[in-house]
Design a protein around this ligand. Structure first.
Ligand SMILES: Nc1ncnc2c1ncn2[C@@H]1O[C@H](COP(=O)(O)OP(=O)(O)OP(=O)(O)O)[C@@H](O)[C@H]1O
Length: 609
């Protein structure tokens, strides 16, 4: 209630009709109810009398005695009367339209103080010095200067009315100008004659306004067309204008988007759900994503929580995701799940990983990789799958093909799929020719079945890291060399290669740009059904004989595939389940076609290396 009355008071004083009503009531004010501050004669008396009369005038709107007392106290308040007095004085000055004599009173005061300080101190000088150094006095002089320099927000002019309908791409920008420069440079385009914003100084007035961008075309300044003007003339116009400047610009959409939307994309190498993340500061603000999702990084300002959007998502609002550094740190602290799994399998005596690098089916070997992982289950920090920066890539016609790497557990069907691809288009697909140190047989030719090289040269090549994988069988070496891959790629063919998964990371280079496919088995039930007539080449005996799949083979295939996914999942661009063979082949074939012809995402380091 009291607040309402207070409001009523201000409304009444601003309303001439109401004031005259108040005046009429003055005669009824009892002498004991007069305000504490007596009014002076002249122009101030009107308002003071009004203040004195108001409690009485409002009396019939007030229902209880406390409200009456409150009102009386408000109107008797000394500060209120002083405010009224100031108001009256200001009104008086306004009539005489004062103009500032100087607009740098603060500087003048400082100058005076410095000069006076050296003088023999008279009482007056001392008093003046004290006065000039008082904070209140200093502030009032600064305020005076601000007003004298008109360095405040003036009223913005109305929007120009003469905007043509078809000019919907034109932007009208009104900036309030103070002494600060705009912080933008302009340039005259010699071909089109247009005036463009050439540069925006970071943190300057134009930058802070968020309204002007590099590339914007300047059409008008304060309603004056600038098409026929030189940049110097425009700068002069801008410098001359006081208060608000109205600019008409044709925005440069491309530049604007570039400034607003950072174009950094990463591929997520892990699954993330903010609902399961205890560390996220706000679960609702989190962004869920899957391994392989492409994320547009919108902000890396915070070291722990980045802001990102899912690529292609129409929703412009970004969500929180853990930063690379933060994710690496907490991954390192996690119990090593993948390591345990692999160790468990290894203790069964058969790792389940591919035992060969697929040479002749008749000559099964114990294989090694040049990159044999010493601590294969462990991640070093650089291996922690977090994010990988990617950019769109499309293979130019005539450019080398990406190396196709197939990975999968023993017996899953890699050879079968490779064979089908080779038959489908022998001109397009090819495989590497392995090296061996064994003697050439009569029906064999060098460089067809194998590259035959002497043992000591083979060993030298091993030392020189020339092999992706190699093995020994009955005292002879067999291996797949990096050069054999290069040879296929240089013939402009697609090279199909299958390797043990831990060698992948050494093939992930700008040169090979590998497209890595995991071939997975279907369920145990489907394996039993589909592999009834199939034969696996046993890796466990040295005879390399083909024999029907056992239940143990199926189980090992399934569990190995799971481990491969858990440990190397982030490296696979495609996962094919080899249930029905021809369906799996068609799926793989179309994936390879897409990689050859469509735009897809590749690590930045493979493109700009
Ligand atoms: N989808 C399928 N349905 C039925 N049989 C299949 C399927 N895929 C592969 N096979 C058969 O399974 C057996 C093993 O296949 P393949 O030799 O291609 O496997 P692999 O992955 O190359 O195994 P390894 O690494 O042990 O040589 C072959 O007899 C093959 O014909």
């Amino acid at each position: 209630k009291p607040r309402n009355h207070w409001n009523t008071f201000w409304v009444t004083t601003n309303n001439p009709t109401a004031s005259s009503e108040a005046y009429q009531g003055t005669s009824k004010v009892p002498s004991g109810e007069m305000p504490a501050l007596t009014t002076e004669a002249g122009h101030e008396s009107g308002l003071n009398e009004l203040l004195a009369a108001l409690p009485f005038q409002l009396q019939h709107h007030v229902s209880c005695p406390e409200d009456t007392t409150f009102l009386q106290n408000v109107f008797r308040e000394n500060t209120l009367h002083l405010l009224v007095k100031i108001h009256e004085r200001l009104k008086h000055y306004e009539e005489s339209k004062p103009v500032p004599i100087v607009d740098s009173a603060a500087a003048l005061s400082l100058e005076l103080s410095t000069e006076l300080e050296g003088k023999t101190a008279s009482r007056e000088i001392k008093e003046l010095l004290i006065l000039l150094t008082e904070p209140n006095m200093k502030s009032i002089l600064v305020a005076h200067d601000t007003i004298a320099q008109r360095n405040y927000d003036p009223k913005l002019p109305p929007l120009p009315k003469d905007i043509e309908d078809d000019e919907d791409s034109v932007k009208i920008i009104r900036l309030v100008k103070n002494k600060e420069p705009l912080g933008a440079t302009i340039r005259h385009d010699e071909h089109t004659g247009a005036i463009h914003v050439a540069r925006i100084m970071r943190g300057g007035a134009a930058d802070r306004s968020g309204l002007i961008y590099v590339g914007d075309e300047l059409k008008e300044v304060n309603g004056i067309p600038v098409d026929d003007k030189k940049p110097e003339e425009i700068i002069h116009m801008l410098a001359q204008s006081q208060g608000a400047i109205t600019l008409k610009v044709v925005p440069s959409v491309r530049e604007e988007t570039a400034t607003q939307e950072p174009r950094v994309f990463v591929k997520a190498l892990f699954d993330y759900n903010p609902k399961d993340d205890k560390a996220i500061p706000c679960k609702e603000a989190g962004l869920a994503f899957k391994k392989g999702s492409i994320l547009q990084i919108m902000s890396q300002d915070d070291a722990t929580w980045w802001q990102a959007k899912l690529e292609g998502d129409a929703n412009p609002r970004a969500g929180l995701i853990p930063s690379k550094h933060f994710q690496e740190r907490r991954f390192a602290l996690r119990p090593p799940v993948a390591t345990l799994l692999i160790q468990r399998t290894s203790s069964r005596g058969s790792s389940g990983f591919r035992k060969s690098f697929r040479l002749s089916r008749r000559e099964k070997k114990t294989s090694k990789s040049m990159y044999e992982c010493k601590k294969s289950g462990m991640y070093d920090m650089a291996d922690v799958p977090t994010y990988e920066e990617v950019i769109p890539y499309r293979r130019q016609s005539g450019a080398k093909h990406r190396l196709v790497v197939l990975v999968g557990p023993t017996g899953v069907g890699l050879n079968e799929l490779k064979r089908k691809l080779l038959i489908s288009d022998p001109q397009h697909f090819s495989v590497t020719i392995p090296h061996t140190s064994r003697a050439r047989r009569n029906q064999e030719s060098d460089g067809v079945e194998y590259h035959f090289i002497p043992k000591h040269l083979f060993e030298m090549d091993i030392q020189n890291n020339k092999f992706i994988e190699y093995g020994e069988y009955k005292g002879n070496y067999y291996g797949t060399s990096l050069d054999s891959v290069r040879s296929v790629l240089s013939k402009n063919k697609v090279c199909l290669l299958d390797v043990q998964p831990h060698t992948i990371k050494h093939l992930r280079t700008a040169e090979f740009k590998p497209f890595i496919v995991l071939v997975k088995p279907p369920t145990l039930e489907r394996l039993r059904e589909t592999r009834k007539n199939a034969k696996i080449i046993s890796g466990k005996d040295d005879k390399g004989s083909a024999k029907p799949f056992t239940e143990e083979d199926f189980q090992e295939m399934v569990s190995t595939a799971k481990m491969m996914e858990a440990q190397y999942g982030h490296l696979f661009e495609k996962v094919v389940i080899n249930d029905d063979l021809s369906a799996a082949f068609t799926e793989l074939q179309s994936a390879l076609k897409k990689v050859e012809t469509e735009t897809h995402w590749l690590p930045v380091s493979w493109i700009h290396s």
